[in-house]
Write a protein that binds this ligand. Structure first.
Ligand code: HEM
Length: 409
């Protein structure tokens, strides 16, 4: 193994988050499968290597149990609601059990089911923008990005808008999103989950209520979901709610704020987005390519394996850099240029293979509606201050604020 400490960096350094691309370009040329000392794993930066690893789920698994540093939850705790929940999430199950969970839950995420959510998502976005329309300034992170995905999820579960239940659901959801880090030591994860007990009982309350009053919502759909003669158990539904909140809130928030900033930086592209409605779907793909919110996808080697000449040992961590792969000049012409007319549908923001994002259709629709609502409703958008900073985060690129000005109504 050739060690290249000159190409190393601190994964939590906000200065690196501000512009990681020059170093990624060097890594792609000089050390595409790089031993990343600071994180204790391999960093993969080329598009074709990332795809190879994602599609080889047998030798590269997202399941923590293959990790060399994995400690199982202490024995005797199997009956704890939080441990039962952890054991049936999508990323802790594999093979047939994982497929079964996906098949049952997928019924709620089909293209046509997602299309039916459009009026609801529009009304969530309109509500957020209405509150600011007359003020001439808005923080796209605090006032929009952080609020609309979790509100959307809460409505999808059939939680009535404006009621105490919605407030509690959102507060508790905010508490658990921090558990998104797959490299969190089990002891810390268990501590986090203990605090999530209140969240678990809220989900049980919701299940009881929806069992008695089924309606056209995701919670009722999961309670009724059947594939052959199989159903989701109550523990599995709790895990699914947990996975959906973790996977579907901060990811959307950050993709929105990073995408919004990219558009405001490029007034020609912003104008094109507004003028050519038929470009909006490709624009979302290009924004996901240009500034993805997920920094790395994680895999653990299930056996010794060679990747581009590097010898990866069973149990080692492989960090797949989505932002680097999305700027790979072998795949994208002028990769550092935002061009909403390009076909960027081969971006890997949502992963690939058996663990491909279940919410990708929903996320795409949410982002399209969010960008168009903001751009159509807030004229002459421009930066208020360009003093953004980033929250240190191991897997997501988290912009702290995005203050913008516009011409008030
Ligand atoms: C821009 C927004 C989003 C991004 C960038 C994103 C990205 C991803 C990625 C990369 C994965 C695969 C992780 C891996 O291979 O290790 C994933 C999985 C998943 N996502 Fe998303 N996601 C987004 C939005 C959503 C939404 C809105 C939902 C649901 C409401 C959702 C639900 C899920 C679920 C349940 C999984 C687990 C699938 C499995 O393990 O089988 N995601 N997401």
């Amino acid at each position: 193994m050739l060690n290249r400490p000159d190409l190393d960096f601190d994964p939590l350094d906000p200065a690196f988050d501000a512009d990681p691309y020059p170093l990624y370009r060097r890594l792609q040329h000089e050390d595409p499968v790089h031993w990343w000392e600071a994180s204790g794993g391999w960093l993969v930066t080329r598009h074709d290597d990332l795809v190879e690893v994602l599609l080889d789920a047998k030798r590269f698994s997202p399941n923590r149990k293959y990790w060399e540093a994995y400690e199982p939850p202490p024995s005797g705790l199997e009956d704890l609601a939080s441990v039962r929940m952890l054991n049936s999430t999508l990323s802790t199950t594999e093979g047939k059990q994982h497929l079964r969970l996906r098949r049952l839950a997928n019924a709620a995420f089909t293209r046509s089911k997602v299309q039916q959510l459009e009026p609801m998502i529009r009304s969530v976005m309109d509500g957020l923008i209405d509150a600011h329309r007359s003020r001439a300034s808005i923080d796209m992170v605090a006032d929009v990005g952080q609020l609309f995905p979790v509100t959307t999820i809460s409505r999808m579960f059939g939680i009535p808008a404006g009621e105490q239940l919605e407030v509690r659901f959102k507060e508790l959801a905010d508490d658990i999103v921090g558990l998104v880090n797959p490299l969190l030591p089990t002891s810390e994860l268990m501590r986090g989950l203990e605090q999530a007990e209140e969240f678990l009982s809220l989900v049980h309350e919701l299940m009881d209520w929806k069992s008695e009053h089924p309606a056209e919502d995701l919670m009722s759909a999961m309670l009724l979901a059947e594939a052959g003669d199989e159903r989701l158990t109550r523990d599995e539904i709790v895990s699914m709610v947990f996975s959906i909140i973790i996977a579907g809130s901060e990811t959307v928030s950050n993709a929105f704020s990073l995408g919004m900033r990219a558009l405001v930086r490029r007034p020609d592209q912003l104008k094109l987005f507004l003028e050519q409605r038929d470009l909006r779907v490709t624009a979302v793909e290009e924004l996901l390519r240009f500034e993805p919110s997920v920094k790395y996808l994680l895999r653990f080697a299930t056996e010794d394996v060679k990747l581009r000449g590097q010898h990866i040992i069973e149990g080692q961590t492989v960090f797949l850099s989505v932002p680097a792969a999305h700027r790979d000049p072998d795949v994208y012409a002028y990769p550092d240029t935002l061009d909403i007319t390009r076909d960027a549908s081969n971006n890997y923001s949502f992963g690939a293979g058996p663990f491909f994002c279940m919410g990708s259709q929903l996320a795409r629709l949410e982002l399209k509606i969010a960008f168009e609502t903001v751009l159509e409703e807030l004229p002459n958008l421009r930066f208020d201050a360009e003093d953004w900073s980033y929250t240190p985060h191991s897997v997501l690129r988290v912009l702290n604020r995005l203050p913008l000005r516009f011409d008030p109504a």
